[in-house]
Design a protein around this ligand. Structure first.
Ligand code: ATP
Ligand code: LTN
Length: 329
């Protein structure tokens, strides 16, 4: 029995890194596994301060991007994290089985703490125990994520093993999968840092919602390396990143693209890449707009997703409570 679980935070835009690192794998895997569950993790988003109206909008929009990119509600359950109370309940319990030191060691915590105007909230520290709860509640066997989330899935595995050692087999220990392992999508303005929606400049990322003009402008402005060849090379991180993006969205091998642009300049390559991204995103954007124009339909899909997976979440939570000595009435 293979069951996958994954999620993205509804914090503004969804970018190509999110698509290539996470959503693309989800779409491929939903046909290969027995069950797939995809969540919009709004409770994770509130670990930093959010504008309430924007958060509501971003939550629906993120779900609409899942669907527009090809997640099929007939095959996969799509739901909003906060609509299932079992997540926070199990999250609290798992907090009590996690060491502060383990949480302080998380790279994401180290990166994000001390950067907030409102101070570092406790939620930023305990973020991974809620993520562990998301995964363990559904006894997921596999978690498709981008490379930056691997550390959190490893902690989830440790927590599950610890719990099973204490109380006997209760939680499935999940595996992670990273499709573009070693090929994390990097920022267009700085190829040494990952493409990120919290980057200071919008020239760091291509948002799935960017207009054709904006996409072309961003690709043309993308930093390149000191060389002149269109070649994938560890010494050429910027052009290698652009080649990875080209390869992933056109489903061509990097070497095929290198051959195509042999002896040609960066300018010509960038225009072709910009156009490929525009063509790739056009039908996805049209579908997203259609979904956002009918929020009742979207909410119905999210409600159905939440109802479909409820028995699984309730069963795990009840087993956990039973094992640790809480009373299930
Ligand atoms: P932030 O940069 O603000 O932390 P984010 O852009 O990383 O946000 P998340 O919601 O944290 O977005 O990530 C959603 C999914 O996208 C995760 O599976 C993550 O690993 C993946 N992902 C995010 N950025 C990249 C990237 N640059 N390359 C590949 N995968 C990525
Ligand atoms: N931390 C993840 C989002 C996330 C997630 C999950 C991913 C929350 N819960 C469960 C996979 C499985 C991130 O992308 N920042």
């Amino acid at each position: 029995m293979r069951r996958i679980f994954s999620g993205i935070q509804p914090t503004g835009i969804i970018h190509l890194g999110n698509y290539l690192g996470a959503i693309k794998q989800w779409v491929e895997m939903q046909d290969k596994v027995d069950e797939s569950i995809f969540c919009v993790v709004d409770l994770h988003a509130i670990t930093v301060r959010q504008d309430p109206e924007k958060l509501r909008q971003a939550t629906l929009s993120t779900a609409a991007w899942y669907l527009a990119c090809g997640v099929d509600p007939e095959k996969s359950a799509i739901f909003i994290q906060s609509t299932r109370p079992e997540h926070t309940e199990l999250g609290w319990i798992l907090n009590c089985y996690t060491q502060i030191g383990e949480l302080e060691r998380m790279t994401q915590f180290k990166d994000k703490s001390n950067h907030e105007k409102t101070g570092t909230g406790a939620g930023l520290l305990t973020y991974p125990t809620l993520m562990a709860a998301d995964i363990l509640l559904y006894q997921a066997t596999n978690v498709p994520v981008g490379e930056d989330q691997v550390q959190h899935v490893e902690l989830t595995r440790d927590i599950a093993k610890r719990f099973n050692n204490l109380y006997g087999q209760t939680l499935v220990v999940p595996e992670y999968s990273t499709k573009i392992a070693g090929k994390r999508i990097m920022g267009l303005d700085d190829a040494t840092k990952k493409m990120s929606k919290s980057a200071p400049s919008e020239y760091n990322y291509i948002a799935l919602s960017d207009s054709p003009e904006k996409i072309m402008q961003k690709v043309k402005k993308a930093v390149t390396d000191s060389g002149t060849q269109i070649q994938h090379d560890t010494d050429q991180p910027a052009i290698s990143n652009l080649l990875n993006i080209f390869s992933e969205i056109t489903n061509q091998e990097v070497t095929e693209i290198e051959d195509q642009f042999l002896g040609k300049g960066y300018g010509e390559f960038k225009i072709a890449l910009g156009q490929a991204i525009i063509d790739f995103l056009a039908p996805i954007q049209a579908k997203h707009n259609e979904l956002m124009a009918n929020p009742q339909h979207l909410e119905a899909i999210l409600r159905a997703g939440s109802e479909k997976i409820a028995p699984l979440a309730q069963k795990t939570l009840s087993d956990v409570k039973q094992k640790i000595g809480l009373i299930n009435l």
